[in-house]
Design a protein around this ligand. Structure first.
Ligand code: NCD
Ligand code: ZN
Length: 340
C-alpha cells in the first residue's frame, strides 16, 4: 500500500457523520466534503430540521447538484431527526427517498437541538418501527443537565437500554469522546457500533481551553482527558469493526465562532483524510486505515464496500486559514500528506 514514492492508494472514504447546512453556503461545504468522500451520512439538524420525505428529497437533490461538478457519483445517505410523532408510513416514505438512518438528539445538547428529545421512552414506539424496517439509529449520546464532561458517560445507560430493548436495531453511538463509552461499545452486542471524529482522535480539552481559548476547536461532545483520547486512539488503531469514521465535520462561519456565545462544531472536511493518514502513520497503524475509513462503516450500515479509490501523496502543504468562510481544523498548519 505504501509505495516507494510515498504514495498511498486508499479506498474512497465514507463519512458516517457530516453536516452540510442549507442555503447559499451549502454548495461550498458539499464540494469540500465530496473532494474526500464518496458517500456520507448527512445530518438532519438543519433549520428547519429534516422531518419529512418531501424536505429530505429536496435537500438530497440540492446536495447532488452541488456535488456534480466535483463528484457526480457522490451518494448522500440521508437521515431524519427523530421525534415521537412519526408513523410507520412516514418512515417508509423517507426510506423511499434515500433515508438510511434516524438521528437521536437529546434536547439542547448541541447545535440546533432545542427540538430534541426530552422524554426518552416517548420515542420507543418509533424506535421499534425503525428496528422493524431496518433503519439505523444514530445517537448523539449526551445526557442533558449533567456537568459538561459527564454528559456522555451519563448517557451510556440509555444506549444500553436501547440495545437491550431493541436487539435487532443497529445503533451508532456517535463521535465518542470518553474512555467509558469506548469500553461500553466494546462490551455491548454487535448491533452497537460507534464513530470517531478526526478531532477527537487528536485533541483533548487542553486544545480548547488549556492555554488560550480556541473557539474553532470547540465542539460537542467536548474532547476530554488524555486518557479518553488514548482510549479512542487505541480503539481506532486496533482494527475492531465496531469503530469507524464519522467526521462530524460541522461548519460555522468565522463570526459565529469568534463571538461572545460561539457555536459548537469543528470543520474537518477539508483536511480529514490527510490528517488521518498522518495519525495512523505515526501510530504505525496505516494497515488499519482502509477499514476505518471505508470498510467497517459500510459493513455495519449494510452498504456494499466501495470499489473506488483515492491517492494520497507525501507532499507538504499548508491548510488555508479560511475555507468557504469557515476556519478549518489545522488552519495554517503544514501537513505531510496531500490528496492527489
Ligand atoms: C454539530 C453542528 O454544528 O451541527 N456541532 C458539534 O459540535 N458537533 C452538531 C453535533 O453533531 O453535535
Ligand atoms: Zn454532528
Amino acid at each position: 500500500m505504501n509505495t516507494p514514492n510515498s504514495e498511498i492508494v486508499l479506498p474512497l472514504p465514507d463519512d458516517f457523520h457530516a453536516h452540510l447546512r442549507q442555503g447559499e453556503l451549502m454548495p461550498g461545504y458539499v464540494r469540500d466534503l465530496v473532494s474526500q468522500f464518496g458517500r456520507a451520512i448527512i445530518m438532519p439538524n438543519t433549520v428547519p430540521a429534516m422531518t419529512s420525505a418531501a424536505a429530505i428529497a429536496d435537500y438530497k437533490k440540492q446536495i447532488l447538484e452541488a456535488a456534480a461538478p466535483v463528484r457526480p457519483d457522490f451518494e448522500p445517505l440521508m437521515t431524519f431527526k427523530l421525534n415521537p410523532n412519526y408513523t410507520e408510513q412516514d418512515l417508509k416514505d423517507m426510506m423511499a427517498v434515500g433515508v438510511v438512518a434516524g438521528k437521536y438528539y437529546p434536547a439542547g445538547v448541541t447545535t440546533n437541538s432545542a427540538d430534541g428529545i426530552s422524554d426518552f421512552e416517548a420515542v420507543f414506539p418509533v424506535v421499534a418501527m425503525m428496528e422493524k424496517l431496518g433503519l439505523v439509529l444514530c445517537v448523539h449520546g449526551e445526557e442533558p443537565g449533567e456537568f459538561c464532561l459527564d454528559r456522555e458517560p451519563a448517557f451510556i445507560k440509555r444506549v444500553e437500554t436501547l440495545a437491550e430493548k431493541f436487539p435487532k436495531l443497529r445503533i451508532v453511538f456517535e463521535h465518542l469522546s470518553s474512555a467509558k463509552s469506548v469500553e461500553a461499545v466494546k462490551r455491548l452486542p454487535a448491533n452497537v457500533a460507534a464513530t470517531f471524529t478526526v478531532h477527537h482522535l487528536m485533541m483533548t480539552l487542553d486544545d480548547i481551553v488549556g492555554d488560550a481559548l480556541r473557539p474553532h476547536h470547540f465542539c460537542k461532545p467536548l474532547p476530554k482527558r488524555p486518557e479518553d483520547r488514548k482510549a479512542i486512539r487505541e480503539a481506532a488503531f486496533s482494527g475492531n469493526p465496531k469503530f469507524f469514521l464519522g467526521t462530524d465535520s460541522a461548519p460555522h462561519q468565522q463570526g459565529k465562532k469568534e463571538c461572545p456565545c460561539g457555536a459548537a462544531g469543528v470543520y474537518s472536511a477539508p483536511v480529514a483524510i490527510p490528517l488521518l493518514v498522518q495519525e495512523f502513520e505515526r501510530a504505525g497503524a496505516l494497515d488499519k486505515l482502509p477499514n476505518f475509513i471505508a470498510g467497517f462503516g459500510a459493513d455495519f450500515y449494510g452498504l456494499p464496500r466501495t470499489t473506488k479509490q483515492i491517492k494520497v501523496v507525501k507532499e507538504k502543504w499548508t491548510v488555508p486559514a479560511i475555507v468557504n468562510g469557515v476556519v478549518p481544523l489545522a488552519a495554517g498548519q503544514t501537513l505531510e500528506w496531500k490528496l492527489k
